[in-house]
Design a protein. Structure first.
Length: 288
């Protein structure tokens, strides 16, 4: 193992809260990594489902779940960005068959996955991308990554709803990393502001950083063409996810998609696990 990202997905698997967790112990955390074979080949690989993960000096690699990386690839960049980038990449390419020219709202755009979602939507041909999230400072940085407009979600009030409606009322797709109360308020704000309510609005639920549940009045499903769907393990098959890895890895390797990594040696995993970093950063454990 060369570098393995400490993703929220890794944390939730380790504490048993992820929806795919079966509680089997003992387990080795880690769901993906960059590794080097004994003959020097650099790989990105996804761990098989189960209790044997990637956060160890050596990891088991299924070659059907691995891709070869160019020798000059930055392992930290790939380890940090592949998992969070995969969430929106797979959603747009496998759940929606996203078409260039569409418009996208990213809810939770100031987090690591959200920042990449803004970039990925633009890379895949989005005509307009709106980023919504907390922290005015991080929101403004999204403009440098391709966001056409940003919406602060620091408070849930009429002003926020008005801004969401103005900037994102006519989007085609919502990539939702938040759920919970922000989504409860965003759905009516957007539907009420749409120029044509019969125009499809694809709401893709990926994360639940703000809550596991929402209250959704049935009228919203009748008063607008709202299509709710999720994207993740189960809704997208393993084969389809693995098929997207080479292209996504290439975009990260060439710098077309960028994330922020914080490197920590594997021997300091205890410290890394409890370390607080910016939501836009990703801790990467390195084997050195």
């Amino acid at each position: 193992m060369v570098a393995a990202g400490l993703h929220p997905r890794v944390r939730s698997a380790a504490d048993g809260s992820h929806y795919t967790s079966d509680g089997a112990l003992p387990m080795v955390p880690g769901i993906d990594a960059v590794g080097r074979t004994s003959d020097g080949e650099l790989l990105y690989f996804v761990a098989p489902d189960g209790a044997v993960g990637t956060m160890a000096e050596k990891a088991v690699v299924d070659r059907q779940r691995a891709i070869t990386l160019p020798a000059d690839t930055d392992p930290l960049a790939v380890a940090a960005a592949m998992n969070p980038g995969m969430s929106s990449w797979v959603a747009l390419r496998r759940r929606l068959h996203f078409q260039p020219g569409a418009s996208v709202l990213v809810l939770g755009a100031t987090g690591n996955a959200g920042r990449l979602a803004v970039q990925i939507a633009k890379l895949l041909g989005a005509d307009r991308v709106v980023g919504a999230g907390r922290s005015h400072e991080r929101l403004q940085l999204l403009r440098d990554l391709g966001a056409d407009a940003v919406v602060p979600l620091d408070g849930v009030d009429e002003e926020t709803a008005t801004t969401l409606g103005r900037e994102a009322g006519d989007v085609d797709v919502v990539i939702d990393y938040l759920w919970g109360q922000p989504t409860e308020h965003a759905i009516p704000a957007i539907l009420n502001a749409r120029t044509d309510r019969s125009k499809p609005l694809h709401w893709v639920q990926i994360g639940s950083m703000a809550g596991q549940e929402i209250s959704l009045p049935s009228a919203f499903l009748r008063a607008g063409n709202l299509n709710l769907l999720g994207s993740g393990q189960g809704s997208v098959g393993t084969h389809a996810i693995l098929a997207e890895l080479p292209t996504l890895a290439q975009e990260i390797s060439t710098g077309a998609l960028t994330g922020e990594s914080v490197a920590m040696p594997l021997r300091q995993v205890d410290e890394a696990w409890g370390m607080h970093v910016s939501p836009s950063q990703r801790i990467v454990l390195t084997n050195n």
